[in-house]
Design a protein around this ligand. Sequence first.
Ligand code: FES
Ligand code: FE2
Length: 386
Amino acid sequence: MDTLTPPANADPLDPGQYRDVLRPVDEASSLPSHCYLSPDWYAAEVESIFMRGWHLVGRADRIPDPGDYFSFEIAEERVLLARGADGIVRAFSPACRHRGLLVAQGQGNCRRFVCPYHRWTYSTEGALLAAPSMDQAKGFDPAGYGLVEFRLDEWAGFLFVTMDPAAEPLADALGDLPDLLGRYRLDEMVFTRQKTYDLACNWKCYVDNSVEAYHVPSVHGKSLQPVAPMQVWHYEVREHYYSLYGLFPGTMGVLKGERCFPPIEGLGEKEVERHDLAILLPNTVITATVDSIWWVTATPRGPGRTFVMVNHAFPRKTTERADFAEIAQNYYDRFDMVNVEDNEICELQQVGLTQRARRPGRYSDHEELVGAFAAYVTERVLGRSG
Ligand code: FES
Ligand SMILES: [Fe+2]
């Protein structure tokens, strides 16, 4: 029996505490609670994980026309994705170069970004075009005050952004992911819907939950389990991402018995019985099923808050069907149900993690990726890799 001892005053960044986290998964313990609660640990995660590497921010086809834009968050850093009048998509910080107000939020279309505070005005390519009553500012050259631009790259219609000038090229960071997902013809997908949630939990609760099917029978007993039961899932730690795949017939996109779309063109006999989740570290899961894709990003807004973005895309041909909206609703309804089931679990877990009596646990063989993810986070935070 484990008796309650007073909470240790240990430094959360002392490596000695993580020996059990870094063991092989069948011997490992899960992360100590302070990794889900401590502002110091969180600050180290932001710098060592989120301010490095490439982050999937959305689809280029979400902003097809000049002046289209949408905003994104990478660990509280806002990113503004905009297609310029020249047709090129760029990624900016939306913080105004005057006194920092956000010049744009949400999504829309505009000819210029006009800061609501003092009306400094930027082109959709990020240049400062007008700054009222600035004639007195000595040596002020608007050319030096465009929106700060981030590195952006694209793969298969997905836009990626990095805050790290030294990040390796995107193609190197993705490794063989294009081979894993090639058969789903991602280039031909069209973004159709985003739903967001603001959760009272640490971002790792959400990722942990997303990379195991151990919880499917209990948490999704009436929704996902009848379609994709726990037993059909397989887990692989790959060099550039984690792979979670399920082998079963039918789509994973709707509840059992609901109307669905035909499979993606070109999928072979065996391929229509395989469903792939690619976990892009640190916080995005792309799921490709036989007729559509969705991807979910869980970005932190502090140690105890997580902003979740759930996105759908379908093959262009599917979106052009007369009955697209009607049948697509079956997919959205299924997600609205399953996501809420996961959200409630993650928030309850966060409450449990704040309990002084809580101790790290052990992993089942369905949690290989949870263990690998805990080790990845720990190694990044402690500065041992990457
Ligand atoms: S903060 Fe944007 S114009 Fe002043
Ligand atoms: Fe779930």
